[in-house]
Structures are given as structure tokens and as C-alpha cells.
Design a protein around this ligand. Sequence first.
Ligand code: GDP
Length: 176
Amino acid sequence: QQSNENYDFSFKILLIGDSGVGKSSLLISFISAYSAHSAPTIGVDFKIHLLTVGGKRLKLTIWDTAGQERFRTLTSSYYRGAHGIILVYDVTQRETFTNLSDVWAKEVELYSTNQDCVKILVGNKVDLESKRAVSKEEGIELAKELGCMFIECSAKTRQNVQQCFEDLALKIMEVP
Ligand code: GDP
């Protein structure tokens, strides 16, 4: 979507995945500094972030489920018009990984109306290496199956967090 305002493109980005995988933390980590928080707010929330990638000024509107996913009530309106989807799992919780293919990818298929929507699979919490329950190779494999890009990161240390959003934005810009 092209605009006349002080940015070149405006993209809607969604964060999805099980509760507790670190979606809100990734968003906070990307936009400001990581801060541990425990009490999730209920309801869909979004943040707007301006950044320059590949010489283009982008306005990213990033939607976070903010706990709503626990009630399985994300609806088509959440997905409507999304340019990019960040599918997050926790590398220390195997179930959050299997749920991506069993639950979330199916929901994306059902509700995401944009055929050109770009997806990135994100294994979060890699700072907890000793508790790892999903290997990087498995992540790469699932990403292939789902037709996603792939990255491992840590919202806590901010490792690869910027990279994740920039990779996604760059790919979205490649969409004709
Ligand atoms: P959400 O429910 O998916 O939004 O997950 P939250 O962002 O609320 O994170 C759930 C919990 O995991 C919180 O206690 C966070 O502090 C913690 N957390 C999130 N990301 C990381 C990470 O990269 N590393 C570690 N060690 N903990 C994290």
C-alpha cells in the first residue's frame, strides 16, 4: 500500500502462536527494550513502528493477540488485510511448535484472505539453550512445509529480533 505521508509503505503485521511463546515480548523488544511481564492484557492490541529498511521508510502496524488466543477467538477481522504474519513458537516448549502446524497454520489458511501474505516462522527463547526441546533443523523443516521464512531469536537478549521484522518487511516489499 503506497501513501503520500512521511513513509513509503504501510504494512499490517500479525503475531500469532500459543500463549506464552513471547509474542508480546518480541513486539516490545523490537519497539523498545525487553521488559519481563507476567499479567497479560486481554484483547487485541497493536503498535505502530516506523523504520527504514532497504532505503524505504516503512510504517508497520503490528498486531498482538494480547492473550486473546487462549480463548481461541481470533477471528477473520484480525487476519484481514495482513501483509505479513509472524508465527511464533517457544523452542523450549515442544507443544507450541506442533500447534503451529496443527492449529495456527490452519487458521491462517482459513482466515488470511491475502494470497500474497508473507509468513515467517520464529523460534523464540533461544537464550534458554539448555532447555531446548525443538532443534533448529526441525524449525527449518517446518518452515519449508508451511512456505515460510525462518529465524530463531530471543526477545530477552534481543538476538535476531530486529532481523526478524526486517527480513519480513524486505520480503513483503518484494511482493509485486
Ligand atoms: P505471549 O503470551 O506469547 O505474548 O508471551 P509473553 O510475551 O507474555 O511472554 C511469556 C513469558 O515468556 C514471559 O514471562 C516473558 O518474560 C517470557 N519470555 C518471552 N520471550 C522470552 C525470551 O526470549 N527468553 C526468555 N528467557 N523468556 C522470554
